[in-house]
Design a protein around this ligand. Structure first.
Ligand SMILES: [Zn+2]
Length: 54
């Protein structure tokens, strides 16, 4: 499985560890599960769990 990387300089997506355009190290894209949106989802799930427990 190949990771998708992103160049911090030109914001282009690549699978290379170095941007062929800018010659800078590309950064791994942060997985969606670490996004703030999902954190909200986690809270929602926790709420559900508490409801069941009560
Ligand atoms: Zn670049």
């Amino acid at each position: 499985m190949k990771r998708i990387l992103k160049c911090p300089k030109c914001d282009s997506y690549t699978m290379e560890e170095e941007c062929s355009e800018c010659k800078v190290k590309t950064l791994a894209i942060i997985p969606a599960k670490y996004s703030p949106d999902d954190r909200m989802g986690k809270y929602r799930r926790m709420g559900k769990k508490e409801e069941k427990k009560d």
